[in-house]
Structures are given as C-alpha cells and as structure tokens.
Design a protein around this ligand. Structure first.
Ligand code: NAP
Length: 241
C-alpha cells in the first residue's frame, strides 16, 4: 500500500513510518523542522535495504500540503492510507492563552487535517477505497487541565473523524482516530522522574505507552476492513470511556 504519514521525523510518527516500511509498504514520511532526524531515519532504513520517501512540508500551510500530495501521486499514482500524526502541544492556564497561541495550535493540529484530507480525497474517491487515520489524544476525550487548547484541537479531530466516516463510508473510505494516552516521546520530555512514577502508578497497565504501542494499533487498523468512525484509545487503561 502507498501510505502518507505526517510528522514522521520524530516520536510516534517516526516509529509508525519505520514499522510500515518494514511491513512492505511504500511510505512517504513528512517532516517539517527536523530534517536531520528524517534523513537519519532514511539512511538507517537504507542500511537494512528498505526504501522510504521523506518530504518536507509544513502541514499548517495548504500549498505545502498540496505539493506533498502532488509528489506522492506523481510517484505512486494513488494514496491508500493517510495518517495525520503531526501535532504540537502547549501547557498553559486558560487565562494565559493568547489569540496567537489559539490560532497557531488549531492551524497545526486541526486545520492541517482539513487540508490533508481535502487534498487526498479526490484520489481516494476516484479509487473507491481509502483509509484515513487521525492521531488525536485522550485529552480530546476527557479534557486536560492547563491543556484546554490542545484538548479542543484533538476533540475537533475526533468530531471530524466521526462525521467523515458517515460521509465517506459509501465511497469505501474508512476514517478512524487513534487517541493515545501518555506516550514516551519528546512531547513529554518536560515531565520529571517523580511525575512519571506518579503517572505510572495511576495507569492500570503500570507504564507510559511507547511509540511502538501506537504503531501496533495503526498496523491493525490498516489491515482491518470493517472499522470506521471509531476513536480507538491505546492508553494502558488510564482512560476508559
Ligand atoms: P513529537 O515527538 O513532538 O513529534 C511531533 C512530530 O510532529 C514531529 O515529527 C514534527 O516534525 C511534527 N510536526 C509538528 N508540527 C508540524 C508541522 N507544522 N508540519 C509538519 N510536521 C509537524 O510528538 P509525538 O509525541 O510523537 O506526537 C505525535 C502525535 O501524537 C501528535 O499529534 C500528538 O498530539 C499525538 N499524541 C501524543 C501523545 C504523547 O503523549 N506523546 C499522546 C496523545 C497524542 P518536525 O520536528 O520535523 O517539525
């Protein structure tokens, strides 16, 4: 399958890109600022005889998203799977959030998903097949103190997932969200050892998640054929809705 994944230079996206490539898929791994990391991933895979495309685009800019999709279609003819993983987070009291924070977070986390899906859809509809996976978060499900803006952006993604599953089902396009719990990546590097220990104790499975945990869910969802409109949350049992 031809798979485009956004935000694949680091963290969760990087692991997904590596695992999908090693599973035999053609992967186009998007990055923005971390060119060194993206190139390193490509070189490391090459050493093991795997090919991966890397493509620089700021997903919050429509024209850059369009160029990335054009590149993919030109090279592979179609896109079977779109994984919207790119995202940023910010911790702030609600009263401290500026208009600039608000607009930037929504642009990067939510509007980018509007752009990628709109640009990819004509090709998926033409093929009468497609799988779209949006990475949201447990915070979109239950809300997070001092991360209200991030939570709003992720809840927006989940609402889009549910709506598009209904709208695109007749075109044989499945749309789902993966809503991870706390995953051990750069996004959580501000947590102290004590904080991590405390969180671990409150998670039924007793540990933070790893990028590999999320990549396994993605692999399952890609190979599935009857799941759509669902918010699947690998979170160690921390949030049970
Ligand atoms: P991370 O380690 O900080 O990596 C974020 C990735 O997103 C990077 O590859 C970054 O690329 C990319 N990115 C950010 N802004 C971008 C932009 N404008 N255009 C293109 N790429 C952009 O974060 P992570 O933990 O892997 O998170 C991945 C996704 O999972 C995010 O959507 C996040 O909200 C979600 N999530 C994470 C957790 C967690 O606990 N870690 C939990 C729930 C959900 P560059 O560095 O190249 O710019």
């Amino acid at each position: 399958m031809n798979i485009l994944i956004t935000g694949a230079s680091r963290g969760i996206g990087r692991q997904i890109a590596i695992d999908l490539t090693k599973s035999g898929h053609n992967v186009i791994a998007n990055y923005n600022k971390s060119e060194k990391d993206a190139k390193l991933m490509q070189e490391e895979l090459k050493k093991e005889n795997y090919e991966i495309d890397i493509y620089k685009a700021d997903v919050s800019k429509r024209q850059e998203v369009k160029s990335m999709i054009d590149f993919t279609i030109k090279k592979y003819g179609k896109i079977d799977v779109l994984i919207n993983n790119a995202g940023i987070s910010q911790e702030k009291m609600f009263t401290d959030i500026t208009e600039n924070d608000w607009n930037n977070m929504l642009q990067v986390n939510l509007t980018s998903v509007f752009y990628t899906i709109q640009e990819v859809l004509p090709y998926m509809i033409h093929n009468k097949a497609g799988c779209i996976i949006n990475i949201s978060s447990i915070w979109g499900l239950v809300g997070a103190s001092c991360e209200s803006l991030y939570s709003v952006s992720k809840a927006g993604i989940d609402a889009l997932t549910k709506s598009l599953a209904k709208e695109l089902g007749p075109s044989n396009i499945r749309v789902n969200s993966i809503a991870p719990g706390i995953i051990d990546t750069d996004m959580n590097k501000n947590l102290s050892k004590e904080e991590i220990n405390e969180i671990n104790q409150s998670i039924p499975l007793g540990r933070l998640g790893t990028p590999k945990d999320i990549s396994k869910s993605i692999l399952w969802l890609i190979n599935d054929s009857y799941t759509t409109g669902q918010i699947i949350s690998p979170n160690g049992g921390w949030v049970i809705t």
